[in-house]
Design a protein around this ligand. Structure first.
Ligand SMILES: Nc1ncnc2c1ncn2[C@@H]1O[C@H](COP(=O)(O)OP(=O)(O)O)[C@@H](O)[C@H]1O
Ligand SMILES: [Mg+2]
Length: 230
């Protein structure tokens, strides 16, 4: 099966019956199973050691997959360094999470519908000089408490774990973390370091997605292996 370029398209939306979309549904199911003995996994983030490993791709397709199941889903761009969800969903980024956390906009002004039913989006908003402080603010804590009342599933896109502390901060709001590893590209040591950074802040790692996106570029293959509880 040939796909077009993966830029600006979400396979789960465009081609929900494809094997790739099925693999996102498997991931969704595995996340649900990982919560059996635990609290339910309502707030999730997708992390990776470095950039370009597939965080944005994974979290967006996962969000679409939850929405297709009928869940009320909110996707938040927590990558305040190099945001990209607005591009993927073809939305303006004039206002977003940062405008909300700085008190310039109200929640209802920054939450947008997407062209996927049940899926809402908060883009990053303008890039601030102090992303870590903003993400760690009391406003952010209060925001998450409020959003938990409204949405079944809340997903965060994040910057690389090894680059900045932002993703560790975001993990403190999450019930679970999915680690994306670009298989074959990122050295084991870096993955281990990313994991230990997340462990250090007591993030709950639910599993690892091996995203082998260089295996066959012309076909844009997506491969996912769920790593259980590691
Ligand atoms: N499994 C995959 N197969 C093909 N292309 C992929 C896959 N995962 C990611 N990509 C592409 O790789 C690039 C980087 O992915 P992205 O999700 O933006 O990574 P990150 O958010 O971790 O920086 C994007 O162009 C994306 O479309
Ligand atoms: Mg990204």
């Amino acid at each position: 099966m040939r796909q077009q370029s993966s830029e600006n398209h979400l396979v789960t939306q465009v081609n929900p019956k494809s094997p790739i979309s099925e693999s996102y549904r498997v991931l969704r199911t595995n996340i649900q199973f990982s919560a059996i003995d635990d609290h339910s996994v309502q707030v999730l983030m997708v992390a990776s050691a470095k950039s370009g490993e597939g965080k944005t791709t994974t979290v967006s397709n996962l969000a679409v997959t939850y929405a297709q199941e009928g869940k009320k889903v909110l996707l938040i761009d927590g990558d305040l360094r190099k945001p990209s969800l607005h591009q993927l969903f073809q939305q303006t980024n004039r206002v977003g999470l940062t405008s909300l956390l700085c008190g310039q906009q109200l929640l209802q002004e920054v939450i947008r519908d997407t062209n996927v039913d049940n899926l809402s989006l908060i883009t990053s908003g303008p890039i601030p000089p102090n992303p870590s402080e903003i993400l760690g603010s009391q406003r952010m804590v209060a925001l998450l408490a409020e959003l938990r009342e409204t949405y079944d599933v809340i997903l965060f896109d994040t910057p690389p774990v090894l680059a900045v502390t932002d993703s560790a901060i975001i993990s403190s709001y999450c019930d679970g973390v999915i680690l994306v590893v670009h298989a074959g590209k990122v050295k084991k040591g870096l993955v281990a370091k990313a994991k230990s950074n997340l462990d250090h802040v007591k993030a709950k790692l639910l599993g690892v997605v091996l995203n082998n996106n260089s295996r066959n570029k012309s076909n844009d293959d997506y491969y996912f292996y769920y790593g259980g509880n590691e």
